[in-house]
Design a protein. Structure first.
Length: 191
């Protein structure tokens, strides 16, 4: 069983709007994230906090999607990681921020075929998301404080770096300019 965790609890302050609801090619950003992950995950756990009701409305009819509320979302992203981990049931799980909607489904599949307890994709020398974890890491991650930084944990673990042909792993939406670039990328690469 494979779970996917999408982190969508932040305030989206730099984007100046609630990122999961931003329409990208007519579809909310969060649905792009779910759709690219769905073919490889048995369950998708969307962790929300800020504007949770809006997030719930966006995901209400999504099959195999479970919303998880992070009441401590203001403590930072790692608090959302921990909320998601508490409901993981799979032997492996993907972890991705909810502002990375253009990761290819093929990238998820390719990562699942690779060996290692932690697999990090890399595009043209730059590491990105999603990260694929073996569930053996859940108890270790849950033992860390809410204000921990996942990157610090990864620096102290053996990881497999996997080269992928997917610029989507390093593309996120932090501000309106990023969103414009994302729209241009989708428009250029759509069939």
């Amino acid at each position: 069983m494979i779970d996917g965790i999408i982190l969508a609890a932040g305030r989206s302050e730099r984007a100046k709007t609630f990122k999961p609801a931003m329409l990208l090619e007519g579809k909310p950003l969060i649905k792009h994230c779910i759709d690219s992950m769905r073919p490889v995950c048995d369950r998708i756990l969307v962790v929300g906090g800020y504007a949770f009701e809006t997030l719930r409305d966006l995901c209400i009819n999504e099959k195999n999607v479970l919303l998880v509320y992070n009441e401590h979302a203001d403590m930072g992203m790692f608090s959302s990681v921990k909320c998601g981990l508490q409901v993981v049931k799979g032997e492996h799980f993907f972890l991705i921020p909810g502002d990375q909607p253009v990761v290819k489904t093929e990238t998820y599949r390719y990562m699942l075929q690779s060996e290692g307890d932690i697999i990090i994709p890399q595009y043209q020398g730059k590491k990105g998301h999603p990260v694929l974890f073996s569930s053996v890491h859940i108890s270790r991650l849950l033992a860390l404080p809410d204000e921990a930084i996942l990157r610090d944990y990864l620096h102290h673990q053996p990881v497999t770096i996997l080269d992928v042909d997917d610029p989507g792993i390093v593309m996120d939406v932090d501000n309106p300019e990023d969103f414009e670039k994302m729209q241009a990328y989708i428009h250029k690469n759509s069939p």
